[in-house]
Design a binder for this molecule. Structure first.
Ligand code: PMP
Length: 398
């Protein structure tokens, strides 16, 4: 199988697995315990905190472990909203954020908060600008949440520009950096980010572990926790730490730091080869997103006259994704593509290909051949009806 779905998840690096193994049955202590078994685990957790902090330019005390980016986003958004509710009840975010940002904001809107949903400008490829954010901030704004890079089309937002605007106006800035951490150089201080969400399984670490960066000074970001309990993570996230998970996350960040330059050059070149080969082989190919501000591994392509779900179903040896179609229990056309201004017909023919460290040039060439054959076969059969595949089929292939 050719796996081109690294934005969905990545294989855990064998070096990460190896580093995690001792913390299941040998060094299995609870890091909160005072005895030597606990201290050994606490030492490993501290080391991991330092590794993760180093990747984003943070102080280790600013890293709060979570079960992943969904929890980190919920903690950031609901935690700030609760804590600062007497200061204001207005939040700024964008319509094409991940559901793990949109849904907490919607929940807050149900509770009486006012949410401004920024819409990407036409032709912007989904890039949110600092000017849009500046125009949306009001006296009662307590939080801006704009993702670092979009999971579907790979567009990279002007995070430092948005951070500067937020700090100038005295508003906390959260960024869902799940797709950026490990791929792009990140410095929370240079970018003036106050809260940042990350997830280990997007950077060759294990699933079910992530973190929220919470700024300690200049300004200090305060949160009301989601969980009440033992007061772990400086009271911000109660619950016994997932020691093997955070150890794996730590090693994964260290590996990412070491290979970032090489990954960027090598995988980026393969992504470009993928797109130019597809264009050589096929007409009616549109690359989506902001191609001049885009994750190096992501290629989001719309094939005119094609139903993407049918296409992927006809290619069982290729793993790619039809965008956010299966990100929730209910199948819906990708709202991200809708907000980017794609017609329903083009959106129905759009596929996200995301390359990774193990992707080879041979795989890229083979994938292009398979895709071209599949597209041509479908076009020969006649025009596709957008959405003519049922939900069960779609999710089986995504
Ligand atoms: N935000 C973005 C941008 C993502 O791509 C994802 C993963 N699809 C998430 C949040 C959720 O991450 P997790 O799986 O760690 O909950």
């Amino acid at each position: 199988m050719i796996y081109l779905d690294h934005n969905a998840t990545t294989p855990t690096d064998p070096r990460v697995v190896e580093a995690m193994l001792p913390y299941f049955a040998d060094s299995f202590g609870n890091p909160s315990s005072a005895h030597s078994a606990g201290c050994a685990a606490a030492g490993a957790v501290d080391k991991a905190r330092g590794q993760v902090a180093a990747l984003i330019g943070a102080d280790p005390r600013e890293v709060v472990w979570t079960s992943g980016a969904t929890e980190a986003n919920n903690l950031a958004i609901k935690g700030v909203a609760d804590h600062y509710q007497d200061k204001g009840r207005h939040i700024v975010t964008a319509m094409h954020e991940h559901r793990a940002v949109i849904d907490p904001c919607r929940r807050l809107a149900e509770r009486g908060y006012d949410v401004t949903w920024l819409r990407p400008a036409e032709g912007s490829g989904g890039r949110v600008t600092a000017d849009q954010v500046a125009a949306a901030i009001r006296d009662d704004t307590i939080l801006v949440s704009v993702m670092w890079a979009n999971n579907e089309v790979g567009t990279i937002n002007d995070v430092p520009g948005i951070g500067a605007v937020c700090h100038e106006r005295g508003v906390l800035f959260h960024t869902d950096a799940t797709q950026a951490v490990g791929k792009l150089p990140i410095d929370v201080n240079t970018a003036q980010v106050d809260l940042l969400s990350a997830s280990a399984h997007k950077l060759y670490g294990p699933k079910g572990v992530g973190c929220l960066y919470v700024r300690r000074k200049g300004p200090r970001a305060r949160l009301t926790p989601l969980f009440d309990g033992g007061g772990h993570e400086r009271t911000m996230r109660s619950g016994t730490t997932n020691v093997p998970g955070v150890v794996g996350f730590g090693v994964a960040t260290e590996l990412a730091m070491r290979s970032m330059d090489e990954d960027t050059a090598r995988i980026g070149a393969m992504r470009d080869r993928f797109e130019s080969t597809l264009r050589d082989r096929l007409d009616g190919v549109q690359v989506n997103g902001d191609v001049s501000h885009r994750l190096f591994n992501t290629s989001h392509v719309a094939f005119a006259g094609v139903d993407a779900t049918r296409l992927l179903r006809s290619l069982p040896d290729l793993a790619a994704s039809t965008g956010s179609a299966c990100s929730s229990a209910t199948l819906e056309p990708s709202y991200v593509l809708r907000h980017l201004g794609l017609s329903p017909e083009l959106a129905a023919g759009a596929v996200r290909f995301s390359l990774g460290r193990a992707t080879t040039a041979q795989e890229v060439d083979d994938a292009c051949r398979m895709i071209a054959d599949g597209v041509n076969a479908q076009r020969a059969e006649g025009a596709a009806q957008p959405g003519d595949t049922d939900a069960a089929d779609a999710c089986a292939t995504a």
